[in-house]
Ligand binder design. Sequence first.
Ligand code: AHR
Length: 659
Amino acid sequence: MKNVFCKILFLILLYISHQSVTAQQVYEFELDTKKIGSPIQSTMYGLFFEDINFGADGGLYAELVKNRSFDFPQSLMGWNTFGKVEVRKDNLLFDQNPTYLLLSGSGHPHKWTGIENEGFRGIGFKKDATYRFSVWAKKVSGEEDQKIRVEFIDSKSNNIGSQELAINSYDWGKYEMIMPAKVTEAKGRLRIFFTTKGTIAVDHVSLFPTDTYKGRENGLRKDLAEALADIHPGVFRFPGGCIVEGTDLDTRYDWKKTVGPVENRPVNENRWHYTFTHRFFPDYYQSYGLGFYEFFLLSEDIGAEPLPVLNCGLACQYQNNGEHCHIPVGDLDSYIQDALDLIEFANGAVTSTWGKLRAEMGHPEPFNLKYIGIGNEQWGREYVERLEPFVKAIRAKYPQVKIIGSSGPSSDGKEFDYLWPEMKRLKADLVDEHYYKDPDWFLSNAGRYDNYDRKGPAVFAGEYASHDHSTGKQNNFLSALSEAAFMTGLERNADIVHMCTYAPLFAHVDGWQWNPDMIWFDNLYMVKTPNYYIQQLYAQNKGTNVMKLVRSIDKNAITGQDGLYSSAVYDKERNCFIIKIVNISKEAKDIKIKLAGFNKKTNFTVGDCVMVQHDDMRAINTLDLPSVIVPQKTEAYIDSNTLSAKAQPQSFNIYKIVL
Ligand code: AHR
């Protein structure tokens, strides 16, 4: 009996001692405070924008009417018509958008003529908010003023806003009025009754909230644009993505079609309408209402360097194998000229052809464009031989503009290995790398750039996102935390990684083709994913210089040992060190960071510390529950020259040491 008792006591003591050893395990790091490292580029953390998932039309671009100019190939797509409505295609005023409608009196007092637009999976109206309705119209017959009654309709067919408009001229003109909505409705419609007896012509029927971002007409959806500004992005890539290439060259993104009066910007096919037949959206077109001018303006508004990416004479190589789909190398002149003209549009004097257009559109000052990407996910010799003449021409005319080349669609492999040396040979300034990989890839690649060639072009991680296939690629916490871990490696190597942009940016909950995406929205609200918050925290805490942070035990960088990832920066303006620690394990970790180089009497304080944490890696934010995963406060302590903190299980932490 005594023997058994002794054994139990021994086991209890062993358990307790083991527990205290575990509890006391401290992870010791050292920050070399005396050696301020390489500068971090202002462009380091940025945004990638593409009109995918209804990101532009139906999303950031605040227009609420789909097919507003009736120039989709099916002229009435998005519209219901009733009574006497005729489609015409000879509007010479808008030669690139020639389709319009004739509305004629119904011929009977109890019958009606009119049209009704379904919006982008409905139209979102907010109670008491006001909307700018506009239409290009003219009288065709009828002595008196001809009239329309414009109505906002809810999902149950109730009228939730109504106003009359008189069309009083036989010449085309723009008519507009401001209308309030009586109730909030996510799936509304716009209905227009023709209420007189003659005939009118109508074109470019448009409806915007008046409360757009910065109050601009032809503006952007305020909540979405503000979410972008709140990130504090350093660079803004536009317009994609595959959309740059087009399924064929006729449908490539042609920047020149996206500037000038919106009424005459031709509609383009959006390749995302058919890229995935399991997510097929036959009504997805590009109005180009959010075009290159709006892109430059938004970049300026949110303080990001604009980064346009242009077609290099290749249509999407995934979709086209043969040379016949592409522009022969000898015939690239107009494509190269497009690139030169875009730089002139952004930076040229108001007396230059394209600078003049910029000024006419409202921005005489240059946009100060510094970067240009040529080609998106291109590969092979056909890319290199096309890129080369672009590089020559841009270098000759605009030597100060930095050129970004592609490393293909994958993070490694044959194309990647071929393209990097070619980019070096062509002296590209940056090389665009893309990786859509699973969380394990992100976790095991936190050291990807530690031994990269420092002598070649810099890296632009131009498209990346962690894809957790086991949950249907949701924007779950695992995806966000694995990106945070990986990004410690981007930051540690900011001497060669000069830009990174998560992709894609936006997705409409009822109209997406690709996931995950950084911001989801419906017609009224939006939700920031945990991935958004990771990007935001990096961008807002990017600092100005890389600092060396290592494990005390072996002086190695912290790249996943014991489930920990870390990087550190110095911020000149705020005079502080900022340390980022990701703990992917299920246990809290006691961390001590010695500020090597400072003696024990130096006075530091701990600044605001933030963490993003969740116990469930599968957790997500939704429109209904948008705050499941949000940044929250955390704590750290300074004792003599050592910072102590407890990194919570499954957490991303930012600690600030103010000097
Ligand atoms: O971000 C979605 C798509 O992924 C981009 O259009 C393309 O460049 C990449 O394949």
